[in-house]
Ligand binder design. Structure first.
Ligand code: SOE
Length: 391
C-alpha cells in the first residue's frame, strides 16, 4: 500500500531490447504524468543471462533482475508480467503468467500462429474469471489522432466506410548487407513485415472503422534471400561456410481485403520503402467524407467533410494536441506535440486503470487472435496464387 493508500502493483518485464526500452520508458513516465489508481513498482526485468538482465535493470530503471522469465513469473512481488520478447516465446510466457495469477501485457503480434493465439485467448478468458487481465500491445491505437479518427468514424462524420487504405512503410532492410536478425527468422518471428508491422495496420483498420476484415487476397515477397551474419544473428542458422544466413520470412506484403461493413481495403507492409522510416498511413473514405493519418506526422489528423460547400471544401488539417483530445491534458500545451513513446505510456495508463477496476482492457487477446487470423489468411492466400481466403 502506498503512503496515500493506493494498492501496490509490482511489474515484471521479460525482454529488454527496443520494445523493452519503450515499455520501460512508459512504466517510468506514467506515474509522473497521470494519476494512477495503483502504485506501480518497476520490480524486476528478466533477460537471457543474469549479467545482461542486471545491466538492463540499471539502465532502464528496474529495481531487480532475473536470469529467466520463469523466475520472474514466480516472484510473489510481481503482479503483472510485461512480455517484450520475440513472438516464439509469447504463448509460453503469457499462459504461464496468467495461470500463476499475474496480469499480462504482451507485445504484438500476439503469437506466431493462430493455434498459439487461440491458446492464449482461451487462457486469458479463463484468467479473467479469476480477475486476472490481459492486453496485447497494439500501441498505435493510443495515438491521440487515431483515437480522434475512431471517434469521428463512430459518430458517422464520414458516413458509410467505402475504402480503407492502410500502409506501414519502413526501409531499415533496404540495404542488402544489413545483417540477419531474429526478425528475419520464421522460427523466431513467425513472419516478416506481414506480422511485425502488417499486424499494426490490420488492427488499426479494424479499430478505427469498428469493422472486421472478412476475407483477403494477398502476396508476399522476399527480396533478399540471404544476409550477413553478425553479433545480432546469434542462434540463427547459417549457410555453410558463407558467413551468411537465410532469410525465411517475407520482406514485404500486399493484400486486398473486404470489410464487414461492405467496404474494400488495400494493405501494404514493407521494410523496403526507401525513404519511409515509420510511415503508418491510414486513409478511410466514407460516403460523407474521409479521415487520413500518417504516423510520420503523428500529431495531425486530416478530415474531409463532403457536406461542405464545394468551393471551400477540402481536407482540414487538425492538430490533435488540444487538452480535450485523448490523453493530452496530461502532457503539454496545445501545439507541443507528442512522440512515438507517448502511446506506450497511454497503454500503461489504460492497463493500470483496467487492473484497478477489474474491467478487461482493449485490445484483448481475442482482438490479438482476430489479427492473427488475418495474418494467417494472407499467408495462405499468398501461398496459393493469391486466391481469396475468408477470415
Ligand atoms: C520493427 O518493425 C518495429 O520495431 C515494430 O516491431 C514495432 O511494433 C513498431 O512500433 C516499430 O518498428
Amino acid at each position: 500500500m502506498s503512503a496515500d493508500g493506493r494498492p501496490r502493483l509490482g511489474i515484471g518485464m521479460v525482454g529488454h531490447s527496443f520494445m523493452g526500452a519503450a515499455h520501460s520508458q512508459a512504466w517510468r513516465t506514467a506515474p509522473r504524468f497521470f494519476d494512477l489508481p495503483l502504485e506501480t513498482e518497476m520490480t524486476a526485468v528478466a533477460g537471457r543471462t543474469a549479467e545482461s538482465a542486471q545491466v538492463a535493470a540499471d539502465r532502464l530503471g528496474w529495481l531487480g533482475s532475473e536470469a529467466s522469465w520463469k523466475d520472474l513469473v514466480a516472484r510473489d512481488d510481481v503482479d503483472l508480467v510485461d512480455i517484450c520478447t520475440p513472438g516464439d516465446t509469447h504463448a509460453e510466457i503469457a499462459i504461464a503468467a496468467l495461470e500463476a495469477g499475474k496480469h499480462v501485457l504482451c507485445e504484438k503480434p500476439l503469437a506466431n500462429s493462430v493455434a498459439e493465439a487461440t491458446q492464449m485467448a482461451d487462457a486469458a478468458d479463463a484468467a479473467a474469471e479469476r480477475g486476472v487481465l490481459a492486453m496485447v500491445g497494439f500501441t498505435y491505437r493510443r495515438v491521440p489522432a487515431i483515437q480522434l479518427a475512431r471517434r469521428l468514424v463512430e459518430e458517422g462524420r464520414i458516413g458509410t466506410v467505402r475504402h480503407v487504405r492502410a500502409q506501414y512503410l519502413q526501409d531499415w532492410l533496404t540495404d542488402e548487407e544489413s545483417p540477419l536478425t531474429w526478425r528475419l527468422d520464421k522460427a523466431r518471428a513467425g513472419s516478416g513485415a506481414l506480422g511485425d508491422i502488417g499486424a499494426h495496420v490490420i488492427d488499426l483498420a479494424q479499430f478505427v472503422t469498428g469493422e472486421q476484415i472478412t476475407g483477403v487476397s494477398g502476396m508476399l515477397e522476399t527480396f533478399v534471400a540471404e544476409r550477413p551474419l553478425a553479433e545480432s544473428s546469434a542462434g540463427l542458422s547459417a549457410v555453410a561456410g558463407s558467413g551468411r544466413g537465410p532469410v525465411t520470412v517475407d520482406d514485404a506484403a500486399a493484400f486486398l481485403a473486404r470489410m464487414s461493413g461492405g467496404g474494400i481495403a488495400v494493405f501494404e507492409a514493407t521494410r523496403f520503402a526507401a525513404g519511409r522510416k515509420n510511415a503508418i498511413r491510414l486513409e478511410i473514405n466514407g460516403s460523407r467524407g474521409s479521415v487520413a493519418f500518417d504516423f510520420e506526422d503523428m500529431n495531425v489528423l486530416h478530415l474531409y467533410d463532403a457536406d461542405e460547400d464545394a468551393e471551400t471544401a477540402g481536407f482540414r488539417r487538425i492538430v490533435v494536441t488540444e487538452p480535450g483530445h485523448p490523453y493530452l491534458a496530461h502532457w503539454w500545451p496545445a501545439g507541443h506535440g507528442l512522440g512515438y513513446e507517448h502511446a506506450f505510456t497511454h497503454q500503461v495508463v489504460d492497463l493500470v486503470g483496467a487492473v484497478a477496476t477489474g474491467v478487461p482492457p482493449a485490445p484483448s487477446f481475442r482482438d490479438g487472435l482476430a489479427v492473427q487470423k488475418v495474418l494467417a489468411a494472407v499467408e495462405e492466400s499468398a501461398a496459393d496464387g493469391s486466391t481469396w481466403r475468408g477470415v
